[in-house]
Design a protein around this ligand. Structure first.
Ligand code: AMP
Length: 217
């Protein structure tokens, strides 16, 4: 299965993608995670994209397209993949179409997680993750049961993303509306788009996504 999750920053794409990786047995490919790994490694790519990411702007299409093209050619993507954070522009979507066509395959599902902007800044600015297992937390909505200790793995190390602040978030939301939202009619016109309500609980969003996946297009 090959699927895309589209939604603004803070809509829950990452949470759902991690869950689907487990339940569907397909590889989660998060371009944001790949770029953050490049930044942390200090590679040439990382140095090139760090300031762009910190400001909340999008990294140039050619950089991202090359990264995804290399990645989906690897053996662990043979049975399918879930794209989280890609494509984010029409040019990226067109490049993806060409890549899949070249491989004689196509997307099975494109799922939009729809959330109003008003909720997103609060959701994103308070979030942090366990540095060891990646479990997500929030200052207001989901604190660890024991302060400073991860509920899942017991680690006491947590991290926050450099771009999870109000200023960068405003830029990220603007990028979503101007550059990424045009993907919604793009996939709708190809009969691929399905929308779930991301304003509800994680469990309810999961249920809606699973219902969508069980329908064949
Ligand atoms: P994310 O983790 O998906 O919120 O991505 C974090 C940041 O990485 C974004 O704000 C962009 O700077 C960059 N990024 C991730 N995916 C893409 C993409 N498909 N196109 C351009 N920039 C991206």
């Amino acid at each position: 299965m090959k699927l895309i999750l589209i939604g603004p920053p803070g809509s829950g794409k990452g949470t759902q993608a991690m869950r689907l990786e487990r339940t569907q047995g397909i590889k989660q490919l998060s371009t944001g995670d790949m770029l953050r790994a490049a930044v942390n490694s200090g590679s040439e790519l990382g140095q090139h994209v760090k300031d762009i990411m910190d400001s909340g702007q999008l990294v140039p299409d050619d950089v991202i397209v090359k990264m995804i093209e290399d990645r989906i050619g690897q053996p662990d993507c043979k049975h399918g993949f879930l794209l989280d954070g890609f494509p984010r522009t029409i040019a990226q979507a067109e490049a993806l179409d060409r890549m899949l066509e070249h491989r004689g395959t196509q997307l099975d599902h494109v799922i939009e997680i729809k959330v109003d902007d008003t909720m997103l800044i609060e959701r994103v600015v308070g979030r942090f993750t366990c540095a060891n297992c990646g479990e997500g937390y929030h200052d207001t909505f989901k604190r660890p049961k024991q302060a400073g200790v991860c509920d899942v793995c017991g680690s006491t190390h947590f991290k926050r993303r450099a771009d999870d602040n109000t200023e960068a978030m405003k830029t990220r939301l603007a990028a979503f509306h101007t550059q990424t939202a045009p993907l919604l009619p793009y996939y709708h016109n190809r009969g691929k788009l399905e929308t779930v309500d991301g304003m509800t609980s994680i469990e309810e969003v999961s249920r809606q996504i699973d219902a969508t996946l069980s329908k064949s297009l």
